[in-house]
Design a binder for this molecule. Structure first.
Ligand SMILES: N[C@@H](CCC(=O)N[C@@H](CS)C(=O)NCC(=O)O)C(=O)O
Length: 288
């Protein structure tokens, strides 16, 4: 006779709201009599295998897929409701700041889809991408919860979301504080100086940011004294972000990297995940 009626409530209202947000799919939901939506907008599920439940779930996922968007319910809710979880997507442009996120995704080993976007003007004209990033930039990560932009934020978010990868200390620990410290340092003291030097336009204008960059690199050198990694004794998101900025500094050649920093960078670059990420990054047309 199958399983007894479980009378598990699940919020059909959420589902309908999601469908409404996407398009006129609600009409199809209402046409399904077994959905059991009561006067209060709640649904009753006989079992996870019930036809109504599957129909609603598949309809929702199919609509999201057709419209190139992800379901917007939180990952926890998706798991609790038994919806199939959609893969992560990274909206990416090769040889851009998006590359560090590819590296991080490879470190995680979780499935993801790389969506290579065209040039900026075509992105600015693309309403869908402008909905993901208000300036039409990359990277943007899209998962079950919706889009997230800013490469550093994406890296920290993913490291947090997939704790098994061990890329970030637990929330509230000193280790976590140090990971934030070096991650912000990577952007503000390393990456920003590289950019300032690149844009300086004259040797005089490049002087101050070059000195600042040298000081920041020296700080990394001191932090690595007697250590292989910046935080604790294992690779973390802090190494990934600092390493990416150091790579940009090395390419620019404005300051000489101390031997220990050079070795640290070589070690980071030789990580299998980094190699896999780089293998997905076609060289610029001019270098081909
Ligand atoms: N701070 C942002 C920078 C985002 C950014 O400027 N992305 C560049 C690529 S590196 C971009 O999309 N620029 C426009 C373009 O390349 O068309 C981040 O790290 O995510």
């Amino acid at each position: 006779m199958g399983r007894p009626e479980e009378a598990v409530e699940f919020p059909v209202g959420d589902l309908v709201a999601d469908l409404l947000a996407l398009d006129d799919g609600v009409a199809e939901v209402e046409a399904e009599p077994d959905a059991g939506v009561d006067d209060l907008g709640r649904g009753r599920e006989r079992s996870r295998d019930s036809g109504a439940f599957k129909l609603l779930r598949n309809l929702r996922i199919a609509r999201c897929a057709r419209r190139n968007v992800m379901p917007r319910t939180s990952p926890d809710a998706i798991q609790a409701k038994g919806y199939a979880s959609a893969a992560m997507r990274l909206y990416h442009v090769p040889n851009s700041s998006s590359q560090r996120v590819v590296w991080l995704l490879e470190e995680l080993g979780e499935p993801y889809e790389l969506v290579i976007l065209g040039d900026r003007p075509s992105r600015l004209a693309d309403r869908e991408h402008m909905g993901r990033h208000p300036m039409g930039r990359v990277p943007v990560l899209e998962d079950d919860g919706g889009p997230v932009f800013e490469s550093g934020a994406i890296c920290l978010y993913l490291a947090d979301k997939y704790p098994k990868a061990g890329l970030l200390g637990a929330a509230g620990t000193h280790e976590r504080g140090l990971a934030y410290q070096w991650s912000f340092f990577a952007y503000t003291e390393l990456q920003a100086r590289v950019l300032q030097i690149r844009l300086a336009g004259s040797a005089e204008a490049a002087d101050a940011p070059t000195k600042s960059l040298a000081e920041a690199v020296a700080a990394v050198d001191r932090a690595l004294q007697g250590k292989d990694f910046l935080v604790g004794d294992r690779f973390s998101v802090a190494d990934l972000l600092v390493g990416t900025a150091l790579r940009a500094a090395r390419r620019l050649g404005a300051v000489e990297l101390p031997v220990r920093v050079g070795r640290y960078l070589d070690m980071l670059e030789s990580r299998p995940a980094k190699q896999r990420a780089d293998a997905q990054n076609p060289p610029p047309a001019s270098a081909a």
